[in-house]
Design a protein around this ligand. Structure first.
Ligand SMILES: *Cc1c(COP(=O)(O)O)cnc(C)c1O
Length: 384
């Protein structure tokens, strides 16, 4: 076991050791460690729904009626009517024929991609796509092409060069990128997928609940949902619950029920979690102002930082502030924490060298006063 201890020593020495830090409380845009409470700018509870009384009540009711576990995989006695109700609601929201639940977004991406493509096929993937998309592609053993981030021209040229050598081809991208806070050029991607006869898969993990007239995601906002083959999203971020979904054609969903190993060989979702997700979807319909206000405030915060000459990026509720130097990014995030703002410094290799950043992830409960105070602190620390 010495090699493990050596590894950990090296990581610690380089200041790169990852460690768990349990919070005692986290709700409505705040997080508490021990006795100290912070504004939480590191969470993905964008609409402030995790812990909302309606989600909690729905989960409690399901717990009492259906127990704590599905107790088996869905194909072997672990299926429940409530799972189908959530799948129907998701299919309706995404305007697709059908949907399928997964226990996590990670499981969804790994299982979906490796079931759809294999040796002799190709995956064309944005260079900044999530690890679960990368892992699903590697597991599939399809040829792996990575196009430059949000660069549809580069994708077009890769497709022109390579598409014809492969049987099936899948284009896959996140719609809102977690470290950049920017959005994929969806209209261009749809055009390319049609011209080059590919399947298009969108990972809406950071966009479901936040984008689109009905909160369906960035595909809805861009008006390309119908021309997209696979829309994947998660319940653990804006929807305040846990798990993930895929929406698509009936044939696609039935195919995955028969072939997708991360679906077949995993216990069904917890009924209480499913009930919380259903309650969250109902909130999306009833309280559209949550997403509207969140996005207005995020845009205002980003513009205010830019007005001070700072490099604030993105076009969503995620606002990365580029600092550049690793050590400086760490110092600034540390000082912001001391001042009551829980933020993370994101450093290479997660982001490119010389692009270390502070990533602000906004929540509906971060009101103007809070954002103003944060901005003043950031500007003070950066001397602008
Ligand atoms: C968070 C995330 C996932 C994983 O979802 P989990 O439900 O947390 O496993 C997948 N893709 C993207 C783009 C994500 O941001």
């Amino acid at each position: 076991m010495n090699w493990m201890e050596g590894f950990l020593r090296e990581r610690r020495k380089a200041g790169l050791l990852r460690e768990l830090v349990p919070a005692t409380f986290a709700r409505e845009g705040k997080i508490r460690f021990g006795e100290k409470t912070y504004w939480n700018f590191s969470g993905n509870d964008y609409l402030g729904l995790a812990g909302h009384p309606e989600l909690v009540a729905a989960a409690k009711k399901a717990l009492e009626e259906l127990g704590t576990s599905a107790s088996a995989s869905r194909l072997l006695g672990g299926d429940r009517e409530i799972f189908h109700r959530l799948e129907e609601e998701i299919a309706r929201l995404e305007e697709k024929e059908a949907a399928l639940l997964f226990n996590s977004g990670y499981q969804a991406n790994v299982g979906i991609i490796s079931a759809l493509v294999g040796p002799g096929d190709a995956v064309f993937s944005d260079r900044l796509n999530h690890a679960s998309i990368v892992d699903g592609t590697l597991l599939s053993r399809a040829r792996f092409f990575r196009f430059r981030h949000n660069d549809s021209g580069h994708l077009d040229s890769l497709l022109g060069q390579h598409r014809e050598k492969f049987k099936r081809a899948l284009i896959v991208t996140e719609t809102v990128f977690s470290m950049e806070g920017d959005r994929a050029p969806l209209r261009e991607l749809v055009e390319l997928k049609e011209r080059h006869r590919c399947l298009l898969m969108l990972d809406e993990a950071h966009a479901v609940g936040v984008f689109g007239r009905n909160g369906a995601g960035a595909a809805e906002e861009a008006g390309v949902g119908k021309r997209t083959d696979l829309i994947m999203g998660t319940f653990g971020k804006a929807l305040g619950s846990s798990g993930a979904f895929l929406a698509g054609s009936r044939a696609l969903i039935d195919y995955l029920i028969n072939t997708c190993r991360s679906f077949i060989y995993s216990t069904g979702p917890a009924p209480a979690t499913t009930a919380a997700s259903l309650a969250a979807l109902a909130m999306l319909g009833r309280e559209p102002e949550r997403r509207r206000i969140l996005r207005e405030r995020a845009d205002g915060f980003r513009q205010a930082l830019k007005a001070q000459g700072l490099e604030a990026r993105g076009d969503s509720q995620i606002v990365p502030l580029i600092i550049g130097d690793n050590q400086r990014a760490l110092e600034i995030s540390g000082e912001l924490r001391r001042r009551g703002f829980w933020v993370g410094a994101v450093r290479p290799p997660t982001v490119p060298v010389n692009e270390a950043r502070i990533r602000f992830s906004l929540c509906y409960h971060h009101e103007e006063d809070c954002l103003d105070e944060l901005r003043r602190n950031v500007c003070g620390l950066l001397g602008v």
